[in-house]
Unconditional design. Structure first.
Length: 301
């Protein structure tokens, strides 16, 4: 609220908190899907505000690819300790070791797609009936087909043509045994809304979102982190550059942005000026025209 007037951020916050409280009322075993990225951090902060002074009534679930940025894991552990929240970790490496998935090979190998099996196995193991995520409709065209309450069948799959209407924000959480819902409280937010809200709420963020020096290499129109899990081609060389993340995922598919934005105000100004979409640096979205929708139909975030 500014000068006694309700701002759009206040309205978005109120809507998201309403959705989170509906989840608590309608479902028995909800969980927050926590990636360590800005959107899942905002959803966790909203859950904190929604149920304060009680603790967040949902555990946090992180699907660990084994190829995460160190800064992300450090932030995750510190946040869980500060909030007194329960953390559940699903391991992609364990899925590989047990033969549930087969690791990709080659220069463009990624564990990002493998997360789907690990996620669905973990949901089944703990019998979660609602998985709360930080997806937004402006991120990617497939995201725009989601509802706040997005139904998944007994196989964890999504049918974009069979979504339930949500007139007047009335949410239908009825389901059959074995089915679950994905919940997206910040569906109506934009990337700019997220950063302005982070600034307004003074939310601490992983250092990787701010400009820092890192060893990187250039491939297929984007800068990638030169970490141990990355296999360089013979013609690729490592450089030391000032970069930051706009979106965080598996190291293998997270493109880095050349940037001088080392403060929250700088980040907001940079986003306002850019003409490149937030996921424009995500290699996993470039595998095909329908890469995101294909993964979502199969059970991805």
């Amino acid at each position: 609220m500014k000068d006694g007037k309700i701002t759009h951020l206040h309205e978005l916050e109120s809507e998201a908190i309403y959705v989170l409280r509906e989840v608590a009322a309608q479902f028995e075993r909800p969980v927050i899907l926590f990636s360590g990225g800005k959107d899942s951090i905002v959803v966790t902060h909203l859950a904190y505000k929604a149920f304060y002074p009680s603790r967040i009534p949902f555990p946090l679930l992180h699907i660990d690819t084994g190829h995460n940025f160190r800064e992300t894991i450090q932030y995750r552990d510190a946040l869980v300790e500060r909030l007194g929240a329960k953390l559940i970790v699903g391991s992609v490496q364990e899925s590989i070791d047990t033969g549930r998935v087969k690791e990709e090979t080659g220069y463009n190998a990624s564990r990002n797609k493998l997360q789907t099996t690990t996620l669905l196995d973990t949901i089944e193991k703990y019998k979660f009936d609602a998985a709360i995520g930080g997806a937004r409709r402006d991120e990617e065209k497939a995201r725009a087909k989601e509802r706040f309450f997005s139904h998944r069948d007994e196989f964890g799959q999504w049918d974009p043509k069979n979504q339930r209407p949500e007139l007047w924000n009335i949410f239908n959480g009825l389901k059959n045994v074995g089915e679950h819902f994905r919940i997206f409280p910040i569906s109506n937010w934009t990337e700019m809304d997220v950063w302005q809200y982070i600034y307004r709420e003074n939310i601490e963020m992983p250092s990787i979102y701010y400009t820092h020096e890192r060893d990187v290499f250039y491939r297929d129109g984007q800068w990638l982190a030169a970490e141990d899990c990355m296999k360089l081609r013979p013609d690729e060389t490592v450089e030391r550059r000032r970069v930051r993340c706009r979106t965080i995922g598996d190291i293998s598919c997270t493109g880095l942005t050349l940037s001088q934005a080392d403060s929250m105000v700088d980040i907001i100004d940079e986003i306002a000026a850019t003409r490149i979409t937030e996921r424009g640096g995500r290699a996993d979205d470039k595998r095909s025209e329908t890469a995101m929708e294909d993964r979502k139909i199969a059970g991805y975030f």
